[in-house]
Design a protein around this ligand. Structure first.
Ligand SMILES: Cc1cc2nc3c(=O)[nH]c(=O)nc-3n(C[C@H](O)[C@H](O)[C@H](O)COP(=O)(O)OP(=O)(O)OC[C@H]3O[C@@H](n4cnc5c(N)ncnc54)[C@H](O)[C@@H]3O)c2cc1C
Length: 399
């Protein structure tokens, strides 16, 4: 991979910035802190604006209706959107499901789902984890029994992010209980409006509602909604999870936090002087900045290896996930500490406020504690750090 400055890429960055200045509406709330996905209506509106520009699918090749951008262009686009505070896209549909449908789906499934992800008509959630089946995903028990041209699904999923806002779910089910447990798993696409699905909220430590329990009680799913053959679910999941690791470090988010941390360091006072003049803090900030720069380089290397399915490439994705999420936790903790007494306050979003009175240090404090609490989960979702370390040991050192 070539890391030399690229004038073409600088011009592209300017093009993205100009687009964001012109087309990011002032009345469209940006992505709130403490959330990996924007609220449904904001996200769908932004998706339509992106699609009008021809940028609806920044990560897909041209032949699938995407922009066909290079890896570096995609990273620039992500960086600029996060820096501008633009709403997110539906990463579950865009980054996880669409590549699966394009690689394993039938022509009918592609026609049904891909355009609707692109034009922001359909939001997705991921139904993999179950109580007792998270890291050991292959032990999942949600059962799908064949009944004519339908599967009848019974069981429970947990930690289903955004199930309460999703139109469809991609689901792993057990279709065979004999033999190797991986061989009995099947991948289904299910309309969330199908009778028998119940979604119950789980409120997390950040006091937000992203997570849910999702129950399936005799849910009838047409066989035509199966991706691949019966029993292909594990192969498809391995393909999907590889894409999940690639963006796990969330470098644009780290950069946005760094900017905010510098702002706090300049505006907070300690013993009559700005916090940034405190030597210990300045050193900590410098170290974080150097580590984020190193992480950005690692993210580029991993992104450039996307077609490389070697054990080393796989291990690099896991390294990115472990180190990137640890950095997310450290920088958000540092932001809370830098705010001193006010760091512990969970400032509500403006629409949650009843009295309209400005809260102390709301200008810099909003969302910081929420973000710190939310990122506690980053070393769990998408595969825990312990499991990632196991992958690195196995792939690189054959342990
Ligand atoms: C915020 C959040 C969002 C999520 N969103 C979704 C979603 O949208 N859809 C979905 O399907 N799931 C989702 N998950 C679930 C997530 O994938 C699981 O929580 C994760 O895989 C861990 O599984 P578990 O919670 O069952 O923990 P367990 O697997 O029970 O792990 C418990 C502990 O044991 C350790 N451990 C387990 N196995 C090993 C091993 N082999 N070697 C070493 N240590 C091990 C783990 O590291 C962990 O510390 C989400 C989770 C969170 C926190």
């Amino acid at each position: 991979m070539d890391f030399q400055p690229d004038p073409g890429l600088d011009a592209f960055r300017e093009e993205v910035r100009a687009f964001l200045r012109e087309r990011f509406p002032a009345d469209l709330p940006g992505n709130p802190v403490g959330s990996v996905r924007s609220a449904r209506e904001d996200l769908l509106r932004w998706q339509r604006i992106l699609n009008e520009q021809g940028w609806g699918a920044p990560y897909w090749p041209k032949e699938h209706g995407g922009t066909g951008w290079t890896v570096l262009q995609r990273l620039v686009f992500d960086e600029e959107c996060v820096a501008a505070g633009a709403p997110t896209q539906d990463f579950l549909g865009q980054k996880l499901l669409a590549p699966v449908v394009n690689a394993f789906g039938t022509p009918e499934q592609k026609t049904e789902h891909i355009p609707r992800i692109l034009n922001g008509e359909r939001l997705w959630c991921q139904g993999f984890s179950e109580p007792g089946s998270g890291s050991d995903l292959a032990s999942l028990r949600t059962r799908a029994a064949l009944d004519g041209d339908h599967y009848v699904v019974n069981g429970q999923k947990i930690w289903t992010s955004y199930a309460h806002e999703a139109d469809w779910i991609f689901l792993l089910v057990r279709t065979d209980t004999e033999g190797k447990k991986q061989a009995g798993i099947t991948f289904l696409l299910v309309d969330m409006k199908t009778p028998g699905i119940t979604v119950r909220p789980i409120r997390s430590i950040d006091d937000c509602h992203h997570l849910n329990e999702t129950f399936f009680d005799n849910v009838r799913v047409p066989v035509s909604n199966r991706i691949g053959a019966e029993g292909d679910g594990w192969k498809i999941t391995k393909f999907l999870l590889n894409n999940e690791h690639a963006g796990a470090a969330d470098v644009p988010f780290l950069r946005r936090c760094l900017g905010k941390l510098k702002h706090i360091a300049l505006s907070e006072q300690v013993d009559g002087a700005p916090l940034i003049e405190e030597q210990g803090f300045a050193l900590r900030l410098a170290r974080l900045e150097a580590e984020i720069d190193a992480m950005a380089m690692l993210a580029k290397r991993v992104a450039a290896m996307e077609q490389d399915h070697s054990p080393a490439a796989h291990a690099m994705g896991s390294m990115l996930k472990v180190r990137g999420t640890e950095l997310q936790q450290r920088i958000t903790e540092c932001m809370v500490e830098a705010l001193g007494d006010y760091g512990a306050v969970a400032y509500p979003e403006p629409h949650d406020r009843t009295r309209g009175v400005a809260l102390p240090r709301e200008d810099v404090g909003r969302g910081v504690a929420t973000e710190m609490f939310f990122r506690r989960a980053s070393t769990i979702y998408g595969g825990t750090s312990e499991v990632q370390r196991g992958i690195i040991a196995k792939m690189l050192f054959q342990l």
